[in-house]
Write a protein that binds this ligand. Structure first.
Ligand SMILES: [Zn+2]
Length: 292
C-alpha cells in the first residue's frame, strides 16, 4: 500500500468507514502493491509522512468537534419574536372566517328550531297570529335558540345551557297538547270559577308551574353538571335561559289575552322554571356528587 493509497483513505479511517473488504478486492486485482499490503494502520506506524498527516487530520477533527458556532447576539429573541408575529398573523387570518361561519351556523340552527317551534305554537292560540307577530317572534326565537346552542357548546356553563335548551324543546313540543289557553280553559271548567277568582288564579299558577317545571327538572337532573355550593346560582342560570327560550311561546299563546288573564300563567311558568331547575340540579348533585 503506497503513501498515496493510505492518505486517500485517511478520512475513511478517521470516521471508521474504512472498508476492509474493498481493500482486499483492490489487493486481489493488483491495485495495491504487494510490499504494502498490510492495513493502512500498519502503514501509518511505519511511515513518518503518513503518520504526520494522520496526526494533523486527527487534531483538526477534534478541534472541529469542540467548536460550536457562536449565535449572533439576540438571534434567539428575534427568532421567537418573528415566530410569535407569524402565529398571531395566522390566527388573525384564520379566525374571522371561522367566527363568521360559526355564528352563521348557530343562527341557522336557531332559525330552524324557531321555525319548528312556530309551527307547533301557532296552531295553539284561539286566534291566528298576524304574520308580523309570527315574524317578530320567529326572529327573537331564532336569536335565542342560536345563542343558547352557542352557550351549550362554549364556555363554562355548557351543561346548564344544554339543560335549558332541552327543557325548552320539550315544552314547545308539548305545546299543541298542553297549550296555555286550553289549560286555562280546562282549569276554569274544572273549578267552574269565574275569570279573576282567587281559586282559579291559584290553580293557573300551579298549572303553569307544573308545565314549566316538569321538563326543566328532568333535563337539569340528567344533563347539568352541578358544582357543590353553586346550586342556587346554577338553578338561576338554567331558569333564566329556559324562561327566555319559552318567552316567545308564552307570548304567542297569550297576546290575545288580557294581562290579568295571562299573569297567573306567566307567574306560574317563572316559579316552575326556578323550582324545577333547583330541584333537578339538587338531584343531579346527589346522582353525580363527584362532578365538580
Ligand atoms: Zn506513507
Amino acid at each position: 500500500m503506497t503513501c498515496a493509497d493510505v492518505q486517500a483513505r485517511l478520512v475513511d479511517l478517521l470516521y471508521g468507514e474504512l472498508d476492509e473488504e474493498a481493500l482486499l478486492v483492490d489487493l486481489l486485482y493488483g491495485e495495491l502493491d504487494e510490499d504494502n499490503q498490510a492495513s493502512p494502520s500498519a502503514h501509518l506506524e511505519r511511515c513518518a509522512d503518513c503518520g504526520a498527516a494522520w496526526l494533523t487530520l486527527q487534531s483538526v477533527s477534534s478541534a472541529l468537534d469542540r467548536w460550536t458556532a457562536p449565535a449572533p447576539r439576540g438571534l434567539a429573541e428575534r427568532a421567537l419574536a418573528t415566530l410569535a408575529a407569524r402565529e398571531a398573523a395566522a390566527a388573525r387570518a384564520h379566525n374571522p372566517g371561522l367566527a363568521v361561519s360559526h355564528v352563521l351556523g348557530f343562527l341557522l340552527a336557531g332559525a330552524a328550531a324557531a321555525a319548528v317551534s312556530l309551527l307547533l305554537i301557532s296552531g295553539a292560540p284561539p286566534e291566528q297570529p298576524t304574520p308580523l307577530t309570527v315574524g317578530l317572534a320567529g326572529a327573537v326565537w331564532a336569536a335565542l335558540y342560536g345563542g343558547a346552542s352557542f352557550l351549550a357548546q362554549h364556555g363554562r356553563y355548557r351543561r346548564l345551557a344544554l339543560a335549558a335548551l332541552i327543557a325548552a324543546g320539550v315544552s314547545v313540543l308539548g305545546a299543541p297538547v298542553l297549550s296555555m289557553p286550553a289549560v286555562i280553559e280546562a282549569c276554569r271548567r274544572w273549578l267552574e270559577a269565574a275569570q279573576g277568582s282567587v281559586a282559579l288564579n291559584g290553580l293557573i299558577v300551579l298549572a303553569g308551574a307544573l308545565y314549566a317545571a316538569a321538563p326543566v327538572s328532568l333535563s337539569s337532573a340528567f344533563v347539568a353538571r352541578p358544582r357543590p355550593g353553586g346550586i342556587w346560582a346554577d338553578a338561576v342560570r338554567v331558569a333564566s335561559l329556559y324562561g327566555l327560550l319559552l318567552a316567545p311561546s308564552v307570548y304567542l299563546q297569550c297576546y290575545t289575552m288580557t294581562l290579568s288573564q295571562a299573569a297567573p300563567w306567566v307567574a306560574g311558568v317563572l316559579l316552575g322554571s326556578l323550582l324545577g331547575s333547583t330541584g333537578g340540579i339538587t338531584v343531579a348533585l346527589r346522582l353525580r356528587p363527584a362532578s365538580a
